[in-house]
Ligand binder design. Structure first.
Ligand code: NDP
Length: 501
């Protein structure tokens, strides 16, 4: 590992000052300023207003007014679709700027950030297509005197709260679908990575989204996020983040019975049988564990290997993982970037120490890396992990891979399901029966077969159990942001209560 040098791209860099977007106006807010120190470079890269409860209330009022008085909810699907398509074009045009912000604020590798921007633009295009196709149902089968029509109506004002690990991608999994449905929104990105979401605000104004339809608040969760989950004028909350805050969000929403969509943590198993294509799997194991430094709800953090191949496969994964390039997030060849905060690095380290105390072996890494500036962690593998250890059950959210073993298919399924999470899983085998048996029995929102972490805008994404509620993406994603209304219409003479039947 070489000592860190300040990258050329940051030599003349000046921290960017951002403002919040409330009712179409860029505002400083009433609170102090938050500074974001780049996790990979140790310098201040962005400043944001620390939004207050009063700012949240103003944003919610603006969204309420924009919903109740239009024009956004009453525009045609085609009109909304055209604006979303224009937004997608502008996202693509500003992809380098957005990727740069995500890279320096989150510490993710720049090559990966660029890939995420491509995926995000595609989601906006997909949501634009759905905006034109949103429709209800009709029932012409209820007898001569009755016609039933089921309308889909925009649900109203939606609070969108997002985390730091995929700043632009995650807001893109929510906002375009809410807009496609005709909703108005208040968006709160993580206080650590708000930059790209604020640039998205500029993009949406340029694309033609009217004032008040998208309001963007910066600041901390407890101060500015909490009112977004309790305010009576908010109709729905779409949240991605930790299971703990997800639970709190649901409890807050219960006070006024808001609809809640939650995308939370995961502890995703990869179950591997001896007949699998091991070359393909080993590549996927390394990718699944170290992509986004493991700070990923979908991380393949739990390998469940058949006992007969476990030691050979673990050694081969360790060999490949030791070649993963850790370093400056702005270096296009970096594969594993920085850890989001020093506190988070400590939390990851504690998981490794505790696992070793509980009897697991550190087969690779296990320590923080000093690259001169910022905080980094070596790709880490823990072998001999048992299903009841904390590291096998809890989300580490770092580059730490736990290796468990199984002997029978039933045991593999039992281990996979024996945790509170159920976001995603994978099964590796050349046998169709094995893949389908495991695929049908593992309780997870996505099960990959002979691949890992592939996705598409068309495919729903979300979790079972404490991994969340509801699904994002896919053709039903727009419907999530709607209410249904039944129109029950009568024709001809009505047989009333007091009239002859
Ligand atoms: P949080 O759940 O704390 O944060 C997610 C979002 O919720 C942020 O915008 C945060 O604001 C906001 N928030 C925090 N508290 C409240 C509140 N009381 N009311 C409303 N909104 C609130 O996750 P962290 O980012 O702190 O990460 C902690 C852990 O969560 C990780 O280690 C990981 O295990 C998990 N996680 C899971 C993710 C996933 O994709 N499933 C994504 C990110 C984290 P702010 O942070 O600005 O204060």
């Amino acid at each position: 590992m070489t000592a860190h040098v300040k990258p050329k791209a940051l030599e003349n860099f000046k921290a960017r000052d951002f403002r919040m977007l409330i009712d179409g106006v860029w505002t400083e807010g009433a609170g102090p300023v938050l500074e974001r120190v780049a996790p990979g470079h140790g310098i201040v890269v962005s400043r944001y207003p620390a939004g207050t409860k009063a700012d949240a209330e103003r944003a919610i009022a603006a969204a309420r007014k924009a919903f109740d008085h239009g024009p956004w909810p009453t525009m045609t699907g085609a009109e909304r679709s055209n604006i979303l398509l224009k937004a997608a074009d502008l996202i693509a045009a500003r992809a380098d700027e957005l990727a740069f912000l995500d890279c320096i604020e989150s510490g993710k590798p720049i090559s990966q950030a660029k890939g995420e921007l491509g995926g995000a633009a595609d989601i906006w295009r997909y949501a634009a297509a759905l905006a034109r196709d949103l429709h209800g149902e009709s029932y012409n089968t209820l007898g001569e005197g009755t016609l039933g029509v089921v309308l889909r109506e925009a649900i109203g004002v939606v609070s969108i709260i997002t985390p730091w690990n995929f700043p632009f991608l995650i807001v893109s999994q929510k906002l375009p679908f809410a807009l496609a449905a005709g909703c108005t929104t208040v968006v709160k990105p993580s206080e650590l990575t708000s930059g790209s979401t604020l640039v998205l605000g500029e993009i949406l104004i340029e694309a033609g989204v009217p004032a008040g339809v998208v309001n963007i608040l910066t600041g901390t969760g407890p101060e500015v996020g909490a009112p977004m989950t309790t305010h009576p004028d908010v109709d729905m909350i779409s949240f991605t983040g930790s299971t703990g805050v997800g639970r709190l969000t649901m409890a807050n929403a219960a006070q006024t019975l808001k609809k809640v969509s939650l995308e939370l943590g995961g502890k995703n198993p990869q179950i591997v049988f001896p007949d699998a294509n091991l070359d393909e799997f080993i590549d996927a194991a390394v990718f699944g564990a170290y992509f986004n430094a493991g700070e990923c709800c979908n991380a393949g953090s739990r390998l469940i290997l058949h006992k007969s191949i476990a030691s050979e496969v673990t050694a081969r994964i360790a060999d490949l993982a030791s070649k993963v390039k850790v370093g400056d997030p702005l270096d296009p060849t970096t594969q594993l970037g920085a850890i989001i905060t020093p506190q988070h690095l400590e939390k990851i380290g504690a998981f490794v120490t505790d696992a070793a105390k509980a009897g697991a072996s550190v087969a690779l890494g296990g320590e923080a890396l000093d690259l001169g500036l910022g905080q980094f962690m070596a790709p880490t593998i823990l072998s001999g992990v048992l299903p009841d250890m904390a590291v096998a059950r809890e989300e580490v959210f770092g580059p730490v891979l736990s290796v468990l073993t199984f002997e029978t298919t039933e045991e593999a399924i039992r281990i996979a399901n024996a945790i509170d999470y159920g976001l995603s899983a994978s099964v590796w085998s050349r046998d169709f029966d094995t893949c389908l048996t495991v695929g049908r029995k593992v309780r997870a929102g996505t099960v990959w077969m002979n691949t890992f972490m592939d996705g598409a805008s068309e495919l729903p994404f979300g979790g079972y159990r404490q991994s969340g509620l509801g699904r994002e993406l896919g053709r039903h994603a727009v419907e999530d942001y709607t209410e249904t209304k039944t129109l029950n219409m009568h024709m001809g003479a009505r047989t009333g209560w007091w009239m002859p039947r």
